[in-house]
Design a protein around this ligand. Structure first.
Ligand code: 4NP
Length: 159
């Protein structure tokens, strides 16, 4: 099972989701069966480490974020079973890059997996230009949705 988390810059939301999910996968003893990466639809931050504000919030919650930003490529639709977008704009970009229904079926929104549901609101908001509190909100939303995602993986409900 290979999961790619996707946001715009690959320095705030998707590295957070990758880090949160990595901890959940380890806790579930699934390191050998679940592979995780993250990427951005944009190229501005390629090669950069996670945003210091995202890293600081994650560290305060006991988690180190790592990795360097990269951009999504068409090959990702072959390499991964699931491409999980942080917001609807990211999903739109991913769907634009897809070839055919099999690839489109791999594209999901992160908050679809939140067991509490986001109601109408399915986006993890972009925290980059906002106040610092935005990074706390991102972490909370990502944590809730990833808890649902790991449950679905454990239950064998995903490909
Ligand atoms: P991310 O946040 O998509 O969660 O990594 C952003 C990072 C950078 C930019 C926008 C969003 N930017 O415009 O440079």
């Amino acid at each position: 099972m290979k999961v790619l988390f996707v946001c715009l810059g690959n320095i705030c939301r998707s590295p957070t989701a990758e880090g949160v999910m990595r901890a959940l996968v380890a806790g579930a003893g699934l390191d050998d069966t679940v592979e995780l990466e993250s990427a951005g639809t944009g190229s501005w931050h390629v090669g950069s480490p996670p945003d210091a504000r995202a890293a600081e919030v994650a560290l305060a919650r006991g988690m180190a974020l790592d990795g360097r930003a990269r951009q999504v490529t068409p090959a990702d639709f072959h390499r991964f079973d699931l491409l999980v977008a942080m917001d609807r704009a990211n999903r739109r970009e991913l769907l634009r890059l897809c070839n055919g229904p099999d690839e489109r079926a791999k594209v999901r929104l992160l908050r679809e997996f939140d067991p509490a549901g986001g109601g109408e609101e399915l986006d993890v908001p972009d925290p980059y230009y906002g106040a610092d509190g935005g990074f706390e909100e991102v972490f909370d939303l990502v944590e809730a949705a990833c808890a649902g995602l790991i449950e679905q993986i454990r239950a064998g409900e995903l490909p």
